[in-house]
Design a protein. Sequence first.
Length: 386
Amino acid sequence: MRGTRMRRTAVVLAALALPVLAGVTTAHAGTPGARDACGPARPGQVRCFAEIRTGTVRAATGTPAGYGPADLRSAYRLPVGGGDGRTVAIVDAGDDAGAEADLAVYRDHYGLPACTTGNGCFRKVNQAGRASPLPADAGWGVEISLDLDAVSAVCPDCHLLLVEADSPGVDDMAAAVDTAVALGATVVSNSYGARENGDAPRLAGSYRHAGVAMVVSSGDDGYGQPNVPAAYDSVVAVGGTTLTRTGDGWHETAWSGAGSGCSAWIAKPSWQHDPNCPGRMVADVAAVADPDTGLAVYDAHDGAGWTVVGGTSAAAPVVAGITALAGHPDRFATAAHLYGTAGLTDVVGGANGTDRADCGGDYQCTALPGYDGPTGNGTPDGLGAF
């Protein structure tokens, strides 16, 4: 087991989503020096969890700042290649006209094999599974680039299926997930969510498909009311960490924004045994999410070229790519396989709420040995857990 991990703190109270125009970026109250790539969502919609690091994002040498493929392979002890022919679907809202071109720049810069429509590696469709007409731009371009780049970084030989929902509406996003599965994806990455409510169980079936791993961001608002689809018992809910390089390797601490919480609407699955949450507890595992230690992303359409992006929108596609790389998506009809398994590094120390009364120092918001809400059972240590 590698180094222990501490958590920084942030306070987030459960709240209703506020209306905002699509594509507007806003400062994130819990993450100084970062802004939300997609902004809050209107009622009945999800928001993406990508957070763009502000300030200088390019090293003096001209090399992109942020972690690239070699960094992630080193931190999570991953093989250099793999995943040939396996399809990871990325489900996002609206069209990113520059998605394939931006992906080509990223992969070329890091020496990854080309992934294009022409060679059959990349495919972009609407939520009905057709190449046209594509939906209007919903302002999710940075999110889309992050998702494609993150999967590419850890599973360079995986095929990429981008399914663009007509809107960020919960029904459109669920329909896009169903389409991704119908088109052959065995791993589906979902970097979005909305606070759960009484309507949450209605769409659970779209996130439950035999033989398919559904990987979902836990959210960026710390401890509180959990998000769906992360709270569904058929998904792998991914929390977030701060990942830093040290003299003897890597050191990971829990990210203060990592979403965690106890569901009021989804029953406790049989494979979860944490004592103080009677419902589904989020999250299951974690990966790098802090925008201060985020991923290098190329987006010339909605961004300014190279930028650094984090949020649990980074963690979910990293775990999705690792799941595809391991080649056992059938293990993840639920997250049960990740409980009591080897191959994960525990994260210990800190909390994801500044008001300790939020959960009284309980594991739901405080990192303790073993399972806890912000980072679940830990972060990948090779492919053994997957």
